[in-house]
Design a protein around this ligand. Structure first.
Ligand code: IPD
Length: 276
């Protein structure tokens, strides 16, 4: 098996540098622009941090490819090939960043042959470094992470978000899904405002599941391997195998919990990230 330790160490060092830029800008005035909806925001810092990350990767690994949230917003296509590829969200939780709600993360995943080799989520304000390596476990600030292993849905805390899709069908589906989860019943439903950090809660065992529809591959590519390496399960909301381009995900402490959530949540149509 190839050893990507060099890339992992490099990824951690640039995630930390990016986090410093995010933290410096966190308390400053921001110039905010809208993207696809009134809840899909971008700031100069999102764009600057993505440029810093991509240029550092290109300098060090000129043959590697990058998929970045803001590059895609600027018109690049999402094409996941077999080449080594870095999937980047410079600020996951941009709405939080704009409002200074203290959960924002730099998310970096690395794939080879379209399979994620490692994922890094740096929760900037909390100063928490989550990472996982395929077959090598998941860690938070160096300590091993373990999902809760909970199998009983009625004892679960479920994390989710309404998301940035604000058409009537998306809103009614997402709000009625929260109703369906609460009626299962579950112990509680939570939302931190960043898919990457939300999902890492499942890896810590602090939450037992996370479900979302409408997020993008850069929001969840890194955290999905962190959940899997912590012993959790990641599937599509229709119960099929996880596909990071499908814009649907359930991450859970066990297959029993993941499948129970898949039975009750409904989806609304979303254009795949890699659709032409
Ligand atoms: C968003 C966050 C949010 C989720 C949205 C994402 P961004 O990412 O992860 O929690 O609900 O679907 O788009 O835009 O802050 O990188």
């Amino acid at each position: 098996m190839a050893d990507w330790t060099d890339c992992l160490n490099f990824g951690i060092s640039i995630a930390k540098q990016a986090s410093e830029v995010v933290l410096t800008a966190f308390h400053q005035q921001k110039d905010v622009k809208l993207k696809s909806s009134p809840a899909d925001l971008v700031t100069e810092t999102d764009q600057r941090v993505e440029k810093i990350l991509i240029s550092a990767i290109r300098d060090r690994f000129p043959h590697h490819r990058c998929i970045g949230e803001e590059s895609v917003a600027a018109g690049e296509r999402v094409q996941l090939t077999d080449a080594p590829t870095w999937i980047i969200d410079p600020i996951d939780g941009t709405v939080n960043f704009v409002h200074r709600f203290p959960f924002v993360a730099v998310s970096i995943a690395f794939t080879v042959n379209q399979q994620t080799q490692f994922g890094i989520v740096y929760s900037c304000v909390e100063d928490k470094l989550f990472y996982a390596v395929r077959g090598g476990g998941a860690f938070l600030n160096g300590a091993p992470l373990h999902a809760s292993g909970q199998e009983d849905i009625s004892r679960c805390v479920v994390v989710t978000e309404i998301g940035a899709e604000r058409d009537d069908l998306a809103l009614s589906t997402m709000t009625s899904n929260i109703f369906r989860l609460l009626k299962l019943p579950v112990h509680g439903v939570r939302a931190l405002g960043t898919a990457a950090v939300d999902m890492c809660q499942v890896a810590t065992g602090g939450a037992d599941a996370y479900y979302h529809i409408g997020m993008h591959c850069w929001d969840i590519a890194a955290s999905s391997i962190i959940v899997q390496e912590a012993g959790g399960v990641v599937i599509d909301t229709d119960g099929s195998a996880f596909d990071m381009m499908s814009r649907r995900v359930i991450a859970a402490s066990s297959s029993a919990v993941a499948n129970r959530i898949a039975q009750v949540v409904q989806a609304f149509p979303c254009r795949r990230d890699d659709e032409d």
